[in-house]
Unconditional design. Sequence first.
Length: 94
Amino acid sequence: MTDDERKKIDKERIHKIFRSRVSELCAERGYTPYALAYMSSVPLSTLVHMLDGGSTNPTLYNIIKICDGLDMTLAEFFDTEEFENAVVEFRDEK
């Protein structure tokens, strides 16, 4: 596997974890994508693209706004075993 192929897989995996985390938190709170878009001030079309995989590189600004809409910090959002494992594996490959 080439470095470019590995980076693409890493990026896709992390984005899948991101989408899953947002969906999980919305389900816990009873939020629809529309409700989260409203509460976070992220345009609905942007949020939907993030969640359906159309946007594979969400900006930090939008992630911060999503966290605000979910009433949590960035640290709380990323404090999961899935994110930790992805980061450790990425570091180990270098």
